[in-house]
Design a protein. Structure first.
Lengths: 403, 403
């Protein structure tokens, strides 16, 4: 790289998606577990994953790359209908090259964003082997197919933070750089990050020790929040960032960043334009309301519980903006308002995504749209957002293809 | 007013709060209903409202004017401990004059933001009389105490949109300029604004016909949303604007503004800094997802229902930004990010609030803080935000006091 004029030809996308090919688990599970492990079958002419008593097709919304918006559909899609880049790491490279994507961090599809599928499994011994098989496949086969092009992000056995810590250690030794976690464990039936017994400490400590970034994808709570029971889907979709705003606020107030200074979190596919308001508001609430709110007394006339595990002293010296700067990374696909306010969020705290092959993807116009959206920013800032911040955060050295 | 140099000495606050004095209902209910109507009693040394089988004290958070942040408390407060401006419209004027508040739109406290208390009443005949008594008292005694200083906003019998329409017509004839409604009727056990039978049409039509602004205060769904069951109160408070974001999105997509072009809504105490992101995201979702989302098919792996009452055609010509410009007003207490992005929201669509006597209030520094926050804007834009937009929206001619 010429440091005087950083190359803006490429971007690193910190949020893309893999459609797992049929062989992932059958190739890697011990022979005795293969029959019970995820199998890929055609049932009544429709391809399905069969596992844990469930038959799960792939949604067309999860493999929409190359389709026109009018063709987007949540109905089941077959491998033969997908672009090969959806499931083949070598075919994906051609699509990445075409769109200026130098490197990509990919989330799982069938296991869901942070492996919720295996959390739900009745047979947890099998589920652990499935988690390990996915991670090995991801590191060795998907990322291994093109060194310097894929940032390895693993999933964990969410049902046991100590097992999760072991899996983090095991995979970190194999080159993992990030670990998927839930934006909100409560809807998954798991303790929250405010759990008084510090349930999640082993997992977060392992991530901090191994310098793995905790990536929380929007939807990783298995919930699409509904404004009301009658609110149309499209309105709830537009509202979706409220989940990520909640995740950001919870982590900033959680005390984890103070207790584990090495922790870094990425708010995957959460967008960034809402961050300035919610950061400012959090500071305002902390300033105005911390004395009474820390005492944990319920508000009159409100139904919701107002749990509390703070004392006023805990909150007295919290610098929310500094915690954000040091630990939190906003991730966006296309966010004009966010980029127009990048200085408020922090030029070192934002990374770009392309969301291939989902319906919000900018593919195949990723790099050209990025140049348009970033044009008002200095070249060094553009470089940070396009790739510099991701390289630093994930300790990842991309390898540029020969063109 | 000198049109060449608009006076920036005063602001109009479109969100303040009344602590109702003890006589409101006892003075105005028919004799036979007084015993069952809201009475104000001291029980075990603590002042309470007694009504409908409930005993309800006033929270110290609702009457915090003049207190230091360290003294804020949700514990019950007595009238003798409050600034008289909390409950006395003449005493309030002195506090308004001191802080540069030319005029004020006030929400009820004991009946709650849009009269939820009376909605919950078992005896709906009595409840209707209570709604009428409040509105008469508000218009005649509170606003009547100082013509040109208080913008009359009424409540309605929320349980019956036809009765609500009648009450709107009755009060409009007496000078009402605004009507309180719920940010989200679903948690109140009421049909939503997407109700297929068009449940709310009579109420909204009456408001549009009488040119009353529909004011939806944050919290008027009687809910403080919780990110998770263990999330501390202060974190949920910082997250609170997600309710108002939901309200804005629902109304923009609801079709009401097309069907009733005279409707105007104010997002009371919702703040504004989040508006640019959610407007942009709504446009993006509309563009990218409307074809499949309008078909109403559930997403795989999500628990929440994805109800739908749209066809792709309904959504084809929706101009969300224009609907916002023509019908929606953002209201803020102190919002640096919002004011730094006022051009994106719209200089004609934003109004200031002082939230007297609540804990987020800027009192007594209202006008000086406003000048500081608005300093980067041209004088004519400052004038709009301080008072011009409120004067136009509420058709209200304030009367400046002689100083």
């Amino acid at each position: 790289m010429d440091t005087a004029a950083p190359s803006l030809d490429w971007l690193i996308s910190v949020d893309d998606h893999i459609i797992e090919p049929p062989n992932v688990w059958q190739d890697r599970l011990p022979a005795k577990l293969r029959e019970a492990g995820p199998r890929f079958l055609t049932i009544d002419g429709v391809e399905h994953w069969v596992y844990d008593g469930k038959t799960i097709p792939t949604s067309g919304l999860s493999a929409a790359a190359g389709r026109r918006k009018e063709e987007f559909s949540p109905l089941p899609i077959q491998f033969s209908e997908m672009r090969p880049g959806c499931y083949d790491p070598v075919a994906r490279l051609a699509d990445m090259d075409q769109a200026g994507i130098l490197a990509s961090l990919c989330f799982p599809s069938f296991p869901r964003f942070c492996g919720q599928l295996f959390l739900e499994s009745k047979d947890k011994e099998l589920a652990l082997k499935c988690v390990e098989a996915y991670n090995d496949w991801l590191i060795e086969e998907w990322c291994g197919a093109a060194p310097g092009r894929y940032i390895p992000m693993i999933i964990t056995p969410l049902w046991d933070p100590r097992l999760a810590a072991k899996e983090i250690e095991r995979c970190a030794a194999k080159g993992a750089r990030a670990v998927a976690f839930s934006e909100n464990p409560a809807p998954l039936g798991l303790p929250t990050i405010f759990d008084p017994s510090r349930h999640w400490d082993p997992l977060f400590e392992a991530a901090a020790d191994a310098e793995l970034v905790i990536c929380m994808h929007v939807g990783s709570s298995s919930q699409l929040p509904a404004i009301s029971p009658e609110t149309p889907a499209i309105v709830n979709l537009a509202w979706g960032a409220v989940r990520t705003a909640g995740t950001m606020l919870e982590w900033l107030f959680s005390g984890y960043f103070k207790r584990m200074p090495g922790l870094k979190i990425a708010l995957s596919e959460g967008n960034i334009g809402w961050i300035p308001y919610f950061l400012e508001r959090a500071e305002q609430v902390l300033e105005n309301q911390r004395h009474w709110a820390a005492r944990g007394i319920a508000l009159d006339g409100y139904e919701a519980s107002v749990a509390n595990n703070f004392t006023p002293d805990d909150l007295a010296d919290v610098n929310l903006r500094q915690l954000f700067r040091d630990h939190v990374y906003g991730c966006f696909i296309d966010d004009i308002h966010g980029l127009n306010n990048l200085d408020v969020i922090g030029v070192d705290n934002v990374m770009i995504e392309t969301d291939y092959p989902h319906t919000d993807s900018t593919w195949p116009n990723c790099i050209s749209l990025a140049h348009k959206r970033l044009a008002h920013l200095p070249a060094d800032v553009q470089y940070k957002v396009l790739r510099g911040n991701a390289e630093r955060l994930y300790r990842f050295q991309p390898v540029e293809p020969v063109r």
